[in-house]
Design a protein around this ligand. Structure first.
Ligand code: NAP
Length: 894
């Protein structure tokens, strides 16, 4: 049946009856309209309850001058019906509010949606009826509604925030809110106008108001980053892409990070010269596209404070060069948040507007508003008489429209407001435990406002309607998220929030704009494509985390957490799984070495350090190579003798190069990565003896190497962790060198394979059980394996240097690492453990790929500095809370 000819069941009601319906939807915006269409098509009776007297949602209410979308309109459109796509042509790159409203009206008419929308109807309460397994809604207009499922399509930015300024009621002039702009023309010509607020709404409205008003005074509390929209016709290159492969373009958007089909950027800022970065930036500035500048310049701008600062500085330069008055330019220049952590704006002539003689900027950071009076606005320092005040003060975002608009009472009469008192709790941003059959479209906990909303809305609507259809077919009447699934989602959300810089800004994303609101990053920061795959996985795993019940069918509850891995670890492992690589051990030792070298060549290059020197050091059987990483700071620095991973068979300085660079930068110490000899050519105890000999030589040649004379430190990952641990034991027993501390990252410590982690993580986490068996077989015979030089857990542990032991949850070696740390502690050694949740064996060495490993490496560096007796340094890069930035919210501890 063509989409345009969908027949729906009638949903008539009278004033006195309760309207009986399968599904009730609140809101007739982008989400509500598509929901109604899909629900009808799936054969559900449905009604949409809409407070406004027409369709449009946010585009109905926000009609202020200059209101436009700021995602290119060809992307900000429905994609569910190719015929609809060819039936509508946008006139501009960024359509105006009236055009978008016309589009939504066109959609409503095309699918005959209005007949099932009750306009002018506000829901006043929603209560779950346990006995009937239905929601009962009361409204302020006509009949109540009894529905099986209740869906909030209320939008994320629908509940305006009160202005929170004394005296608004005293003002005798005209007052307007951008979020509730009148339908009748507002005449500003010849008037003195004040605008309070410089978010997207203010930034869009200010230039147009300035053109009309006799004088415009802008009251700015926090400056925002704004970029020129360069509006006009849709860009030819984007149109050509879309028209060249319509379906492919849309599909790419669905799997992208932001919901717009741009490729993922892999080049990081320090791989580019100043000139290259500037060239990329100027191109982005000329492109006029938010998603482009947020994703296409360099890969670290959204995840690392330093990478971000490079871009923010370039934008600040643009502001200074546009605004003539230096004091005004300084006031307009944001310094309190990373670019993108607060929603950046697209503008047309925003900064240039401040060059007009009829525009004044008042910096509320220097002179806060004291009150609104009958004639205008008074700050700490002066009074401003105005005829009109425009509040562009924003919204109680994401939760406002769901939580505050009407009481929602779930199972046992629990109110959603109470459940969310300390912040929104959801499963997938779609459902809430304790509230059966309640769904939210683009709710908190989903990508929503961090994405192209059109794409996210379609994904949610499709997911919900498909689930309702499947439930009906299986005879289930109710669906509810479990507490465990919801708690797991909260953890995953917190893990994701470590990936971006949103937690470093006070914004409506975190609830910071509403006094008293619980704070935490509300949207899902893991990206649109990954989120979609998670939602699909929930279904694929038998509705994981949902309890499904029905009158004549047994209850179904496949409880659990959908994502236990760190978000970036999940991406890496999914990517590896898609590559369908043969087991590493099937290549043979040389083939495996070649493969690893090739694999490593595709990684981002390590970060610059002061100096990298390759050299050789003597051993009993000839020279061993080493690579020395020297910090850029003045020396002499303490020396860390480092052993790479690779199961005693693979690896070299190159394989652990990014890790050594990163740790050299973080610790401020020299790292000397030792090229010990490998099995099977050199079996046990060669690696151990080479490691020890190297540590001794390095300690004895500290001055020659430019390092600090005195105890060295040792560190290693995997089999390198094994060699580091063994070196400490040999140094204790053989009269030196003195070792100040040991860092053991996912170390091999014992030759038994019966600890649970060997069974929990047999495959799927890159280092497999069979690969470990292979490594052991190549390196040592069973007779040798109990020797402490390969199983240090079996050695004497008293008298060893202090240790920092890192283990990863999804690693066969996890439990032997923990066992070693516990045994060290039992032997009286000062030992600290980092048991990294959601990480896998390679998490910490995949620097700049596994971003969530950063906090772990920061802690390792802190421990190393403690061992060396150095003072702690402020954390770098992604970890740093740069001066002036607010404290982190919801940072996940690993
Ligand atoms: P907003 O970004 O929250 O901005 C509100 C502004 O009002 C901020 O500058 C805020 O300052 C200021 N403010 C709030 N209360 C104040 C007070 N009591 N005294 C002084 N200043 C006060 O709200 P918005 O501009 O309406 O935009 C919200 C979101 O809607 C946007 O981020 C965007 O996602 C969306 N939007 C999109 C478009 C588009 O697509 N083109 C257009 C408009 C809006 P502080 O920063 O100090 O709190």
């Amino acid at each position: 049946m063509p989409d345009g000819m969908v027949a729906a069941r009638a949903s008539e009601s009278t004033n006195s009856e309760t309207q009986q319906i399968d599904v009730a939807v609140v809101g007739a915006g982008f989400a509500g309209l598509y929901l109604l269409h899909r629900l009808r098509k799936a054969g559900f009776s449905a009604v949409v309850l809409e407070e406004a007297d027409d369709v449009g949602g946010t585009w109905y209410w926000n009609r202020y001058p200059g209101a436009r979308c700021d995602i290119q309109t060809i992307d900000y459109s429905y994609t569910f019906d190719p015929e609809l796509e060819s039936a509508w042509k946008w006139s501009e790159k960024y359509a105006t509010q009236p055009e978008i409203l016309r589009y939504l009206g066109f959609v409503a008419d095309r699918y005959d949606l209005r007949r099932d929308i009750r306009f002018g109807t506000k829901v006043t309460a929603a209560t779950w009826d346990e006995g009937a397994q239905r929601w009962l809604l009361t409204t302020d207009n006509r009949a109540k509604v009894s529905c099986r499922h209740y869906i909030m399509a209320t939008g994320c930015l629908s509940a305006p925030k009160p202005p929170e300024i004394e005296g608004v009621k005293d003002f005798k002039g005209e007052v307007y809110f951008t979020s509730r702009w009148p339908h009748a023309e507002v005449k500003l010509a010849g008037k003195r106008v004040a605008v309070i607020g410089t978010g997207s709404s203010g930034i869009q409205a200010i230039p147009l108001i300035a053109e009309q008003a006799a004088h415009l005074t802008v009251f700015q509390r926090t400056p925002n980053f704004a970029l020129p929209a360069h509006n006009g016709p849709a860009p030819a290159d984007r149109l050509a892409l879309l028209e060249g492969d319509h379906a492919g373009y849309r599909e790419q958007a669905r799997w992208s990070l932001g919901g717009v089909p741009w490729p993922q950027q892999t080049v990081v800022s320090w791989q580019l010269s100043d000139a290259e970065r500037r060239e990329r930036f100027e191109k982005a500035w000329a492109t006029g596209d938010l998603i482009y500048i947020l994703t296409q310049l360099w890969a670290d701008q959204a995840v690392d404070a330093d990478g971000n600062a490079l871009l923010a500085d370039l934008i600040r330069e643009k502001i200074r060069s546009t605004v003539h008055d230096p004091e005004t330019a300084a006031a307009l220049t944001p310094h309190d948040h990373p670019f993108g952590a607060k929603r950046p704006c697209l503008d047309t002539n925003y900064y240039a507007t401040y060059n007009r003689p009829n525009v004044t900027l008042v910096n509320l950071r220097q002179e806060p508003i004291k009150a609104i009076t009958s004639s205008g606005i008074t700050t700490d320092k002066r009074g401003f008489d105005v005829d009109v005040i425009v509040f562009a003060t924003g919204f109680d975002a994401m939760t406002g429209a769901i939580r505050a608009v009407h009481p929602i009472k779930g199972r046992g009469g629990k109110s959603l407001s109470d459940v969310w008192a300390h912040g929104p709790q959801t499963y997938l941003g779609l459902t809430v435990a304790g509230f059966p059959n309640l769904f939210m479209i683009t709710g908190p906990g989903s990508p929503s406002v961090l994405s192209n909303m059109a794409v996210s809305i379609e994904q949610h609507v499709d997911w919900v309607v498909d689930r309702l259809t499947a439930m009906r077919e299986a005879g289930f009447a109710a669906i509810e998220a479990t507490d465990a699934a919801q708690a797991g989602w909260a953890r995953h959300m917190a893990d994701c929030s470590m990936l971006t810089l949103h937690r470093l800004a006070n914004t409506w994303y975190t609830g910071a704009n509403v006094p008293g609101k619980a704070q935490g990053v509300m949207p899902y920061t893991g990206g649109v494509g990954p989120y979609r795959s998670i939602c699909n996985e929930v279904v694929g795993q038998g509705m994981l985390g949902f309890r499904l019940t029905g009158p004549n069918v047994p209850e179904q509850c496949n409880d659990g957490e959908i994502v236990r891995l760190q978000p970036d670890v999940r991406l890496v492992l999914n990517m590896l799984a898609e590559m369908k690589l043969p087991p590493l051990e099937s290549f043979g030792s040389q083939g495996a070495r070649d493969f690893v070298a090739q694999f490593n060549a595709a990684r981002p290059a390590g970060r610059p350090v002061g100096e990298v020197v390759d050299g050789t050091l003597p051993s009993t059987d000839g020279p061993l190579p080493y690579r020395l990483y020297r910090p850029a700071t003045p020396g002499p620095h303490p020396i860390v003798v480092y052993f790479h991973g690779g199961g005693w068979v693979l690896g070299d300085a190159q394989s652990d190069d990014p890790f050594c660079r990163d740790m050299c930068r973080r610790t401020g110490m020299i790292f000397v990565s030792v090229g010990y000899r490998h099995a099977p050519e050199h079996r046990f105890p060669t690696a151990a003896e080479d490691g020890y000999a190297a540590a001794r030589w390095i300690a004895e040649h500290a001055t020659e190497l430019g390092g600090k004379v005195g105890p060295v430190l040792v560190a290693g990952w995997s089999a390198g962790g094994n060699i580091a641990a063994v070196t400490c034991q040999l140094a204790r027993d053989r009269g030196g060198p003195q070792i100040a501390g040991q860092l053991l990252v996912c170390p091999v410590t014992d030759c038994t394979f019966d600890r649970p982690s060997y069974n929990d993580n047999v495959t799927g986490y890159f280092l497999t059980r069979s690969l470990m068996y292979w490594f052991w077989d190549l390196y040592s015979s069973p007779a040798d394996r109990a020797d402490p030089r390969v199983s240090p857990l079996r050695g004497k542990l008293a008298g060893l240097p202090p240790a920092y032991v890192v283990t990863c949850e999804f690693d066969p070696l996890r439990d032997e690492g923990i066992a070693y740390a516990d045994a060290l502690a039992a032997a009286g050694i000062a030992v600290e453990q980092l048991q990294a949740r959601g990480h896998f064996h390679s998490s910490f060495t995949m620097v700049d790929v596994v971003i969530t490993g950063v906090s772990g490496r920061a802690r390792m560096a802190e421990a190393m500095r403690r061992f060396a007796g150095l003072p702690q340094e402020p954390r770098q890069g992604h970890e740093s809370v740069r001066q002036g930035l607010p404290r982190e919210v919801d940072a996940a501890a690993n």
